[in-house]
Each structure stands twice: as C-alpha cells, then as structure tokens.
Write a protein that binds this ligand. Structure first.
Ligand code: SAM
Length: 275
C-alpha cells in the first residue's frame, strides 16, 4: 500500500466513511463548537469529520481502534496540530482522562452504536452535549414517545439521561462504502442533575428492562414473570393513579422513575417530590 492512500474499509469494524462535505458541515454546526471547546470523536476513520472538528475546536481527542487508520491519520498530524489521536477501543477507553464539559461528535460504528451510546450517557456531566450519527431506526427509538411502537427500553433509558432531538436524516449515498440502512444525526443534551441517585439507577434500569420484556402482557404480568412481587407492583400503580392493566409502553419516563422508588424494597423511601 502507498503510505498516502487511505486504507480500505473493514466491514466488521463498521467502517462506512463520510464522503459528503455538506453533512460534515451540518454536523459541526449542530454541535455548536466554540473556539475554546474540547471535542471527543469516536472512530475518526479517514479523518473527514476530524479535520472539520479540529478547525472549529480548541482541542480534539479522537479514539480509533483500527491501527491502519491510526497510522494513516498520524501521518497527517502536522496538518492537525490540535488533534490528540489515540489508538484504542472506545468501549474501554478511560473517559476520566477527558475534560468535564467536552462535546462528543461521532459517526458511530453501527455494530457497537447502542453499547457505546450507553457508555457515553453513563458518564454523568462529563459530556455536556453529543452529536451522533446512528442508524435511522435507532434514532426513531431514541426519541419515541409513550404509546408508540418504537417506544421501549432504549427510549426510556436514553430520555432519562438526556434531552434528545433527531436533527436530520442522512442517505446511504453520503458514505463509502454505502451502509445497508439509512442514518440520522441525533443531538443529546445530557441532564446534569439526574432524577435518581447512583444507588437507585441500577434498580431503574432493571425495572425498565423487565417492564418491556413481555410487550404483549400487562405491566403487572410482565414484572411478575421477571420476579417482582405482584402485590407490591399493584400497590405502586395504585399510589401513582395508574391502571392495574397498564402496559409498559403507556408509562412515561417520570412514571418509571416514580415506580422505581416505590417498588425497590432495598432502597430508602426518598419520596416522589422534585420530578
Ligand atoms: N468518522 C469517520 C467518518 O465519519 O468518515 C469514520 C466513521 S465509521 C462509521 C466508524 C469508525 O469507528 C471507523 O473508523 C472504525 O474503525 C471505528 N471503530 C470501530 N469500532 C471502534 C471502537 N470499538 N473504538 C473506537 N473506534 C472504533
């Protein structure tokens, strides 16, 4: 391989490279990056988005798992003096190294987009804002409202952690190679103060997962099948003035928060004020 030609794409690593400068411009403008901001990019690939981020931000950290792409971009480091290029896996990278308030901008590898998204959302206020390219279908689930078919565990968990807007769709023609599905760019404004304590959050995650585990059943039956005490669930629904035949998809994120407090027996009763 000629050292200046870009490495070929590896499908297994979700390598669909952006080729449309208009989309790059729209992503950077949506991220509203100021000249003093720090940016984190996951998967810089051949660097098209990275270059634009380096022009807009004070400093950019980019984590790339593919050593060939890391070498290719390192050779262009002289043109990108404010780029800190890291070879590593974004699923295990120590985010404590990244300054609080960093903006995340990424065209995520789709094979890993959901776990990566949860890892990013789990960092509290480290990442104030995130602009992420995802599969269009995942974007729809992220912004789905109660009582719609796309509303489920992903919607509740993500909306608990962030205010989410689906900004625009992106055609497969904007990438090489073309992905099999349409994509969308999504803006996340992460919530600084979370409604639940770090002790309560695992119970919330477990409750939401269990509630949607049997979508055709009522919430009471779905939770019973997952090991929750039926009487405790019925009593909690009564206290929240929710129907005993409600299904998980009709509950709002706030309903799930209140339910967590009422039916997680090992937790102190912290009341339902302040939501
Ligand atoms: N940002 C480039 C663009 O927009 O053209 C590339 C985006 S491509 C969809 C996803 C990138 O993520 C690839 O460069 C791929 O090698 C990288 N990647 C895949 N898995 C990764 C991981 N676990 N950690 C970091 N980067 C990863």
């Amino acid at each position: 391989m000629d050292s200046s030609s870009p490495p070929s794409a590896i499908k297994r690593l979700g390598q669909n490279f952006l080729i449309d400068p208009n989309i790059v411009r729209k992503i950077v403008s949506l991220a509203a990056i100021g000249s003093k901001d720090s940016v984190l990019e996951i998967g810089p690939g051949r660097g098209m988005l990275t270059e634009a981020l380096c022009r807009a931000a004070d400093a950019v950290t980019a984590i790339e798992v593919d050593p060939r792409l890391h070498t290719y971009l390192s050779e262009r480091q002289a043109d990108l003096p404010n780029l800190r290029l890291m070879l590593g896996d974004a699923m295990t990278y120590p985010f404590e190294d990244i300054p609080i308030g960093t903006i995340v901008v990424a065209n995520l590898p789709y094979y890993l987009s959901t776990p990566l998204l949860f890892r990013l959302l789990g960092q509290g206020d480290r990442f104030s804002r995130m602009v992420l390219m995802l599969q269009d279908e995942v974007a729809d689930r992220l912004v789905a409202k109660p009582s719609t078919p796309a509303y489920g565990t992903l919607s509740v968990m993500a909306q608990y952690a962030a205010d989410i807007t689906k900004a625009f769709k992106v055609s497969p023609n904007c990438f090489r190679p073309r992905p099999e599905v349409a994509s969308a760019v999504v803006l996340f404004r992460t919530k600084g103060g979370r409604a639940l304590s770090s002790k309560e959050e695992p119970s919330f995650a477990e409750l939401v997962k269990s509630a949607f585990a049997h979508r055709r059943k009522t919430l009471v039956n779905s939770l019973k099948d997952e090991g929750y005490l039926q009487e405790a669930v019925l009593e909690a629904l009564r206290q929240l003035a929710l129907s005993s035949t409600a299904r998980a998809e009709s509950l709002s994120v706030d309903d799930f928060i209140r339910l967590t407090r009422l039916i997680s027996p090992s937790l102190p009763d912290v009341g339902t004020d302040g939501l």
